[in-house]
Design a protein around this ligand. Structure first.
Ligand SMILES: O=C(O)CCC(=O)C(=O)O
Length: 305
């Protein structure tokens, strides 16, 4: 299967209605360019400011959720699949960072709540505690769409190779990460993390340094995930009144770790082509799945039914 994917690196304004109509016009433009899968960024409907997220939160199951209603109308109008970035979701008294996936009939076909909340204390640089505001999601998300089987993660979820390995084991060919890396970790790590998730072996070197106990067996702990990875960030707005400035650089990475399409930090719609037959070729050329040493290590899918 071959198709075009569009990553809408949107400039987010403080005004929610404006963001919704702006996202709608970016989706329209992407569909007109032939995209069958359109991805929005993390927190595209409002500034990524912990102070105001609750004011913009939506009850996704309610008919009146304005961001999700727009996504549903756009998906059915253009007959495309949309990975709806993320929005603040209110469910009971809990707030989640949630991504909805919509099929070409406008129905929500999956909902992913961010699993790994970003808490970081980098002295003199960044102090951010998502877990003070959001509740944790409680399951991985793999969804069958018109454009293949897709695993979903939100931003910091991307740092955890076990999740990507699990998505591969459930048959995903593509992982989409709506994300908003920041100015502190973005430059060094954003591209590296995306490539790592497509070609997953960097983790080994980190573990070799830090966990002596595993050293005897770690040279065997090489697992290539070998799939496509797409990540979509908001554009950077140096003037926005937010406690969080984003890195940008939305990108599509192929199963050899190659960058297929990317951009800088300004608003842009990145269009790339995905050809799943490449995944097959890479896996045949480098048959890592059959070389894995399940007798020595395993990622256990505790959520599998
Ligand atoms: O993992 C990181 O360095 C950044 C993660 C992040 O910015 C987020 O999850 O919002």
């Amino acid at each position: 299967m071959r198709f075009k994917i569009a990553l809408c690196q949107m400039l987010v304004s403080p005004i929610k209605e404006k963001n919704i109509s702006h996202a709608r016009s970016l989706i329209r433009g992407a569909a007109q360019k032939g995209a069958k899968l359109v991805v929005l960024p993390e927190m595209w409907c409002c500034p990524y400011s912990m102070k105001s997220l609750r004011d913009h939160a939506e009850d996704i199951d309610a008919q009146s959720a304005p961001s999700v209603s727009m996504l549903s109308e756009a998906a059915s109008h253009h007959k495309i699949t949309i990975i709806g970035g993320s929005i603040p979701e209110m469910s009971g008294d809990k707030l989640f960072n949630t991504c909805c996936v919509l099929g070409p009939d406008g129905e929500i076909i999956a909902k992913h709540r961010k699993l790994h909340l970003f808490d970081a204390d980098l002295p003199g640089d960044l102090n951010f505690r998502e877990s003070d505001t959001f509740a944790y999601g409680d399951g991985p998300t793999v969804v069958d769409t018109d454009v293949g089987r897709i695993g979903i993660g939100i931003c910091h979820d991307n740092r955890f190779p076990e999740l990507a390995i699990l998505y591969r084991s459930r048959g995903a060919h593509l992982i989409c990460y709506p994300g908003a890396f920041n100015m502190s970790t973005g430059e060094l790590l954003w591209e590296l993390m995306l490539k790592s998730r497509a070609v997953d072996n960097q983790v080994l070197y980190m573990r070799i340094v830090t966990i002596r106990y595993y050293m005897m067996s770690l040279e065997k702990f090489v697992v290539l995930v070998q799939l496509f990875v797409a990540a979509c960030s908001p554009a950077r707005d140096p003037d926005v009144n937010s406690d969080y400035m984003t890195w940008g650089h939305s990108s599509l990475v192929g199963p050899f770790g190659e960058i297929i399409a990317t951009t800088g930090h300004e608003e842009d719609v990145v269009i790339g082509e995905i050809d799943y037959s490449i995944v097959q070729t890479v896996r045949e050329n480098l048959p890592l799945e059959s070389q894995k040493r399940g007798d020595i290590y395993q990622v256990i899918d505790t959520n599998r039914k």
